[in-house]
Design a protein around this ligand. Sequence first.
Ligand code: ADP
Ligand code: MG
Length: 247
Amino acid sequence: MNAIEVRDLVKTYGSGETAVHALKHIDMDVAEGELLMLMGASGSGKTTLVSIIGCILSATSGSCKIHGVETVGLAQSRLPKIRLDNIGFIFQAFNLFPALTAQENVEIALDLKGVRGSSAKARAAELLERVGLGEKLRTYPADLSGGQKQRVAIARSLAGEPRIILADEPTAALDSVSGRVVMDLLQELAREQGRAIVVVTHDNRIFDYADRIVHIEDGRITNSVAGNMPMENPRAMQASTRIKRES
Ligand code: ADP
Ligand code: MG
């Protein structure tokens, strides 16, 4: 089963003369373990598409299945549960709480999953160790580099052990070394843990991480090409060592 199956998906914002046709009959599958990059100019519909896949925006028509479960047409009230159970989000701007330590930023996400108190503390520490930030538990975002902040955001997105991770321009605010550390980590999450990962990007420094690159133009998919295969990509195997070294 595909992790994500999108069929004939349409999203129109507004109506009548001011309607914006943001997605025009999109078809797209993402397999488990696949890292798919979604590319396209500003305004082409990338954020709209990942927002619908991530159950934070309703589609106008069509189908979007998350591990076989149809989400289009579901009552708005049912979407948060599907999102919490399946989806992790990562954003360009990190979206960390500045007044909370790295560990507390992750604990907040665990709280949403009903994990609190000392078990949340232990679990948050474990997730931060997984992204190579075991030494930064009590550090505030202001004292972390951009790449480290994004790794806190990745740890936070893993709070619910989501099988799908959606990352909207995750490296846009990072220098190329930090960007590659973040991509190493996302690739490892796809390869070793079978998660489906969608990375929205303009960043031509990271295209080599893609298993597949899908181009979107004015609300339509215009091209879908295979990228790197695991065998041709030794970085996948070195990823965990590299992350430890950088931190
Ligand atoms: P991208 O992420 O590729 O830049 P978006 O999905 O944000 O593209 O936007 C696609 C189109 O939909 C654009 O024309 C944008 O102006 C429009 N759009 C996005 N969000 C809204 C909204 N909430 N209301 C109206 N139009 C929107
Ligand atoms: Mg966008």
